[in-house]
Write a protein that binds this ligand. Structure first.
Ligand SMILES: [Zn+2]
Length: 205
């Protein structure tokens, strides 16, 4: 499988373009076939980007991977529910929900990270789908001014700090499990503008 350059999920059965991966340090512009050769015309099953179509629709200017990703992320955020109050309880519930997907490695990895990062449970809002997490500031509502998206694929956590209502990737990083908590801390410090909390808020019995 090949990793989709838009959503970073390993969904593609073949390389999206003839030249893949793209040569390093060459700025890419749609239509990508001008630089990367014949497109696969495969549609990603997660983000629905069709290589050779979205970036080269013919009738209008094509979308870049980054533009499409920002639009896709903001649509996904719209679909995630808005928790209000009881943040530590909701953090625990989200962790439990991920843990219940026993056969989904991404969900297990996500649950493990949520558990290790529980000290944040009263400082940011965590939302999630099966494959990724979205952290936002308490009080920030959709479209979120800033958000942190965390996903996991094949042993690698990926962090994307999105600003300007997801129109801008402000920072990005990848790491393996041993470093994930530290990397998450540094991104959440950036998101909240505060310090790393000392201990998780206890749940009310
Ligand atoms: Zn994709």
């Amino acid at each position: 499988m090949f990793t989709c350059p838009v959503c970073n999920f390993a969904t593609l059965t073949r390389p999206p373009y003839e030249t893949w991966p793209p040569p390093p340090k060459v700025p890419l512009r749609p239509p990508y076939e001008d630089q990367l050769g014949t497109p696969s015309y495969e549609e990603c099953s997660v983000c629905r980007f069709e290589f050779g179509a979205e970036d080269n629709p013919g009738t209008r200017p094509g979308q870049s991977f980054e533009e499409y990703r920002a639009e896709w992320l903001s649509k996904r955020q719209l679909r995630t529910s808005e928790p209000d109050g009881d943040h530590p309880e909701k953090w625990a519930a989200l962790t439990g929900r991920f843990e219940s997907y026993e056969s989904v490695p991404a969900a297990q990895a996500t649950a493990a990270l949520l558990r290790r990062a529980a000290k944040w449970n009263d400082h940011v809002i965590a939302r999630g789908s099966m494959h990724d997490l979205l952290f936002t500031r308490i009080g920030d509502e959709f479209p979120f001014e800033e958000s942190l998206r965390v996903s996991w694929t094949d042993g690698i956590y990926e962090f994307l700090l999105l600003a300007k209502q997801s129109r801008l990737v402000a920072a990005a990083d990848k790491c393996r499990a041993p470093n994930a908590e530290d990397v998450l801390d540094s991104f959440l410090v950036q998101l909240t503008g505060g310090d790393v909390p000392a201990a998780p808020s206890a749940l009310d019995d």
